[in-house]
Design a binder for this molecule. Structure first.
Ligand code: AQP
Length: 342
């Protein structure tokens, strides 16, 4: 595998979905790959961010990477705004991407809601910036949760069109890496919605910095259904949850998926263990596991977030390495496009 790029927005309320769907996979991948992990602050300002909170949240996401085990000695860790190649390449890609492509992006429709006319231009063009993030490093693989699949397909279209338009093979066509037992962690209050930072209900998500009693309360109050837990025969031949089963019992499969991801065991095995159990019994075991796994990460995150000098130093060193990688790629793009470099 070539080069890995991924990022998380510093928009507060980092949660279990961000951890299982993204950050935990970053740690796994760093062992044998060239990895670049970004705190995407330019993406964050596509919706209003209080400046002081944005600074704090940037340090907090960095602290989450470090606390989860991302090693700045092995990977490049930096915040996006410190590396101008992202914004510069995004402009060129704005001129490659088509309006029709962006009009199909479901995340813009969800985030802009009924007030599309009032959404920022940045929110609309967000996927082009994401394409620039990836292509500025000629990254070949992008670990993301399910929700980012459509944006990554757009990146592939943009890379392909740039290469075709200019008759070049400058950009590799990046592949999504969607893996792990929890690629789409759902809300604890409604299993049909994704667990998300912007959900107004804090009870809908387990935050990475939640204390043990908060985790216990959220899991205890998590929505369930009246039936006992299903067994492995409910899964398909590949050990996956069939769509109809998930639709019928979204909360049950969400909690079981979270358990499997946290304990790092295959889903059929977990269903085998809890077949026929009541939710009350299962929730106690899940709580203990969530506290054991997240507790140390959350407390390390808090300690590191408070050590601004250390975190800022990691980001500064990472930004320098990122600039060294992107500068020749940006020069290559300028030459291909025909921008004069005197
Ligand atoms: N619920 C989730 N399950 C699995 N993976 C998830 N990710 C996010 N939510 C889940 C993955 O986390 C990475 C970073 O996400 P992001 O910070 O760039 O933004 P997001 O996807 O917009 O996160 P949220 O929490 O859903 O924020 P809001 O509420 O603002 O929309 C990505 O790899 C993402 O797939």
């Amino acid at each position: 595998m070539g080069r890995i790029f991924s990022g998380v927005q510093p928009t507060g309320n980092l949660h279990l979905g961000n951890y299982l769907g993204a950050i935990q996979n970053f740690v796994t991948l760093q062992q044998d790959h060239d990895c670049i992990y970004c705190v995407v602050d330019l993406h964050a300002v596509t919706v209003w961010q209080d400046p002081a909170e944005l600074t704090h949240n940037t340090r907090e996401v960095t602290a989450a990477y470090l606390a989860a085990g991302v090693d700045p000695g092995q990977c490049v860790i930096f915040n996006q705004s410190q590396v101008s190649a992202h914004a510069e390449l995004a402009w060129v890609l704005n001129c490659v991407a088509r309006l029709g492509w962006l009009n199909r992006m479901t995340q813009f429709k969800e985030k802009a809601g009924k007030h599309k006319e009032n959404a920022s231009v940045g929110l609309y063009a967000y996927p082009n910036l994401m394409a620039a993030d990836i292509l500025a490093y000629k990254a070949t693989h992008v670990p993301v949760g399910e929700d980012q699949k459509q944006h990554l397909e757009l990146t592939r279209d943009i890379a392909q069109k740039f290469n075709n338009d200019y008759g070049t093979d400058c950009f590799p066509i990046p592949e999504p890496l969607i893996f792990g037992a929890a690629t789409r962690v759902m809300s604890l209050r409604d299993g049909r919605n994704k667990m998300s930072k912007s959900d107004p209900s804090d009870m809908s998500r387990i935050n990475m910095t939640d204390e043990a009693d908060a985790i216990a309360k959220k899991i205890r109050k998590a929505r369930t259904d009246p039936d006992p837990l299903p067994g492995p025969e409910a899964l398909d031949a590949e050990g996956r949850i069939p769509a109809e089963a998930e639709q019928a019992r979204p909360e049950a499969y969400n909690l079981l998926g979270i358990y499997a991801a946290l304990v790092d065991r295959p889903l059929p095995e977990v269903l085998g263990e809890f077949e026929g159990a009541q939710f009350s019994q299962f929730k106690e075991v899940l709580t203990d596991l969530a506290v054991t796994v997240l507790g140390p990460v959350g407390s390390d995150m808090k300690r590191l977030t408070g050590d601004a000098a250390y975190v800022d130093g990691v980001l500064k060193a990472g930004a320098e390495r990122a600039r060294e990688i992107t500068q020749p790629i940006l020069h290559e793009v300028h030459d291909i496009v025909g921008f004069l470099r005197a």
